[in-house]
Design a protein. Structure first.
Length: 477
């Protein structure tokens, strides 16, 4: 990234109520301004959301509650895992959703997610979101503004004015002063008319997309003879693999004291002994399996804390670079040759399996490294070196992205909240199917073929989204 240079008068700092001195903010203000504009606050009334945790219910006859997790960056509100509020929560009239309202996420990595309320009229919205309500619908098309805010230019603008503290936060003061291109409603309608058929095509394609983990679970379920919806019965937990499932419901169950002996360290956690976990453990016990330690060339270990060097040439792989589908090679964090040479334990090579071993919702991400360049991993990533003469590495990775693999991670992590850990001893004792290399390869090939189809559809969707972006860019001057 080249060094940005620009000049600014010190007196301009006093024009902001928080006296902002960050380069990113002022660079954005100076470079993303438009010639004919109106401030966001002149078009919209901005209203903060509320927290209603004590009123949560699953009863769909109650009040829909839109949270950050329901919003999306480029599509519509996702109502899968939608929470409802008991009618006794007492929502004020100004916080009851109207179909033309926009809901914007304002905290953390979710900043910028924005969607029209549409079918959620009468519902409400959570804290860490802001409602944008048009002041004059006769002069503005709400659908136009949804697409405008979802465009790459507006997203860049929003992130340029975000306040970077311990956690990124979008302040109402900065949001309401964003400069919006002054576009007559007749032109807005023309732009919407161009976008709508593209959006219709995207919606059709999206309906045909299946999440990679669902594809993998479906194929494993058929091959090994278990219910393809078992992942939903197991439910959403703390680890990465479980995030595809629906939220868990409260379960009450009994277990025999003899069951405690199934854990090497006499675990007493409910996630180890609940009925879906027991069903999966019984299933693995019913087929011929090996332990991970039987098929690796060396002991499982983690990397080490990197000594970062901006002039270094060796990229660092961290938890965030593991995508549970592929590995994103860092373009920002590097170590120098001295660190690379001295930290043998951190070095990784083509064919290594990398498992995220720390952190809520990240722990358990499992990816195969297919890159030949010099790379290191940090201390939150475990390195597994599968003996290719004994086991197929691709099958290994897919297996641990299936319910048969990731339930073991959910069962065996230790700790609580965000400080959960998965240690080498637990991974070493995980079970994998003892099946022929021919059968492993058959399953791998089928999964890869299906995922390739999904990838092509996603690429078509991305191309269509870029067309919408190009339409929006034309109005920005």
């Amino acid at each position: 990234m080249s060094l940005k240079q620009f000049t600014i008068d010190f007196r301009e700092f006093t024009s902001h109520q928080y006296l902002r001195f960050d380069e990113k903010f002022w660079f954005t203000i100076k470079n993303l301004a438009v010639y004919d504009y109106v401030l966001l606050k002149d078009i919209f009334t901005l209203i903060n959301g509320n927290s209603y945790t004590e009123y949560y219910t699953k009863e769909k006859t109650n009040i829909p509650y839109i949270r950050i997790g329901n919003l999306s960056f480029r599509y519509e509100i996702n109502d899968k895992n939608l929470i409802y509020l008991n009618v006794s929560c007492g929502i004020s009239e100004d916080k009851k959703l109207k179909k033309d309202d926009l809901i914007l996420a304002t905290i953390g990595a979710t900043i910028g997610k924005i969607n029209l309320a549409r079918e959620f009229k009468g519902g409400t919205f959570s804290n860490n979101t802001i409602l944008l309500r048009l002041k004059d619908k006769e002069k503005h098309n709400p659908y136009f503004y949804e697409k405008l805010f979802q465009s790459s230019l507006l997203q860049k603008y929003i992130w340029g004015v975000v306040s970077q503290k311990a956690q990124p936060n979008l302040q109402i003061y900065d949001l309401q002063n964003i400069k919006i291109p002054l576009i007559p409603k007749s032109i807005q309608n023309q732009i919407v008319a161009q976008i709508e058929p593209i959006e219709k095509k995207i919606k059709t394609l999206k309906s045909q997309i299946t999440a990679p983990k669902k594809v993998i679970n479906k194929i494993f379920a058929r091959e090994f003879g278990f219910d393809k919806n078992l992942y939903n019965e197991f439910g959403k937990g703390m680890t990465a693999g479980t995030q595809v499932a629906e939220n868990r419901i409260l379960r009450i169950f009994e277990t025999d004291f003899s069951e405690f002996s199934r854990s090497n360290i006499l675990r007493f956690s409910t996630r180890f002994y609940n009925k879906p976990t027991k069903k999966l453990m019984d299933f693995l016990d019913s087929i011929e399996t090996l332990q991970v330690k039987d098929i690796i060339t060396e002991n499982i270990h983690r990397g080490a804390s990197p000594k970062y060097n901006t002039d270094g040439e060796t990229p660092v792989i961290k938890t965030g670079h593991l995508k549970n589908r592929y590995i994103e090679i860092s373009q920002e964090e590097f170590v120098d040759q001295d660190f690379y040479n001295s930290s043998i334990r951190s070095q990784v090579k083509r064919g290594d399996i990398l498992i995220a071993s720390t952190g809520k919702a990240s722990l358990g991400k499992c990816d195969l490294l297919e890159n030949d360049q010099n790379l290191v991993v940090d201390g939150h990533v475990s390195i597994i070196r599968v003996d290719e003469k004994k086991y197929d590495r691709f099958f290994f990775a897919y297996f641990f992205r299936s319910i048969l693999g990731y339930f073991q991670m959910e069962r065996d992590f230790t700790g609580a909240t965000n400080q959960i850990e998965l240690y080498a001893d637990e991974i070493s004792n995980f079970q994998v199917p003892n099946i022929s290399s021919k059968v492993q390869r058959k399953i791998v090939d089928e999964i890869r073929n299906e995922l390739d189809k999904q990838k092509k559809m996603n690429q078509t969707i991305e191309t269509a989204r870029n067309k919408i972006d190009e339409i929006i860019k034309k109005i920005w001057k």
